[in-house]
Design a protein around this ligand. Structure first.
Ligand code: RBF
Length: 343
């Protein structure tokens, strides 16, 4: 008994008493004495700069945290060496500093599961990834076939209108990964083929998420080969694709955020994820003790998390009324579930 009495205050001192609870916000005697402080660690698998998907993640979590008293957030950037991510997340869990670790990446569920085996009390909220059945992990994934289908559809419409070129559109990816190969690339191709079944995709890989120069080289090669419209999914390397396209008079479709104002007239489509909203809402759910750990949710256009930006004046200025009408019809068919795209 004596031992226990001594041990508790020590724990408070050493570990700041982050209650790793099974449900929502921190609970338990020690954490309650700390005015119910909740600490959320935001793990960025890469760097924030150049990757709006991560900027939206941090924004959403912070917004939820600011609306609740006693919630603090810390951003930990994992860097571009993917081999280091698991040890970085392990350190975060081992520190006991975070009631919840939030992240976003298709590779995070496997990493979190490995960390969870060593630190079963650690809770994870993971977006843009999928894993069900682990009581410490909640995931929310987007229907990226829908997102890419809308991107491919506008790319093909613009390509067809650009002249008697080949039925070709481009995709510059940072790397290959299951969501890219199984959802994004096929969705992009299918969206283009809905315009004209002759379309094919020129698919090229940068090799990392930051090399804008390499992104530009790949885009230049594609454009020289006759590709009039390119979709970059390459983090910071996408800036190079945009630059090269603008210089050559080619067009670009943007992914994840509204990109029209990055290069007005060059960017002819924006197929977006409302990841800021997802991060905000799911963090709120956690703070209210309602996040269903152990489950995996999939959301898309109908749920309002995947979208195509049609009302931006820069889109209206860049794209003809006929093309906008055809794109609108497609989006309406997806929204009204006339067209259902499995993920
Ligand atoms: N997307 C980014 O925008 N920036 C990144 O640094 C980044 N790193 C990734 C690393 C891995 C291992 C994987 C599988 C995906 C990565 N993504 C990154 C892609 C991201 O998950 C998503 O597919 C794209 O943002 C398109 O929505």
């Amino acid at each position: 008994m004596k031992k226990v009495l001594i041990f508790l205050p020590l724990t408070v001192l050493l570990f700041g008493c982050r209650g790793n609870t099974s449900g929502g916000a921190a609970a338990g005697g020690a954490a309650e004495r700390q005015a119910q402080a909740v600490s959320i660690g935001i793990f960025i698998p890469g760097v924030m700069s150049g990757s709006p998907i991560y900027e939206m993640l941090a924004q959403g979590v912070r917004r939820a945290a600011e609306e609740t008293t006693g919630v603090e957030t810390t951003v930990v950037e994992g860097g571009y060496n993917q081999a280091e991510w698991e040890s970085r997340v392990t350190s975060m869990a081992a520190s006991g500093d975070y009631d919840l670790i939030v992240s976003s990446n298709p590779s995070l569920p496997a990493i979190a599961a490995a960390v969870s085996a060593k630190f079963p009390e650690q809770r994870f909220l993971l977006l843009d990834g999928e894993l069900s059945g682990n009581p410490g992990i909640f995931t929310m994934r987007y229907n990226q076939r829908e997102q890419a289908y809308m991107a491919g559809h506008i790319a093909a419409l613009v390509a067809e209108a650009s002249g008697p070129a080949l039925a070709w559109i481009g995709l510059v990816a940072a790397q290959e990964y299951p969501a890219m190969n199984d959802s994004i690339l096929p969705g992009y191709l299918d969206g283009a083929r809905a315009v004209n079944p002759a379309f094919t995709v020129d698919f090229r890989v940068v090799g990392n998420w930051f090399d804008a120069e390499r992104g530009a080289e790949l885009a230049e090669e594609m454009i020289r080969g006759g590709v009039p419209v390119i979709l970059p999914i390459a983090g910071g390397a996408g800036a190079g694709v945009l630059q090269a396209a603008a210089e050559a008079g080619a067009k670009v479709v943007w992914f994840d955020i509204n990109g029209y104002d990055l290069r007005p007239g060059t960017v002819v489509g924006s197929a977006v994820l409302h990841q800021d909203r997802a991060a905000y809402e799911q963090t709120k759910r956690y703070l209210e003790g309602r996040l269903p750990f152990g489950s995996a949710e999939l959301v898309g256009v109908v749920d309002g998390y995947v979208d195509f930006i049609e009302d931006d004046p820069l889109y209206i200025a860049a794209v003809s009324p006929e093309i906008r009408k055809a794109q609108s019809l497609l989006i309406e068919r997806i929204r009204s579930r006339v067209l259902v795209l499995g993920e």
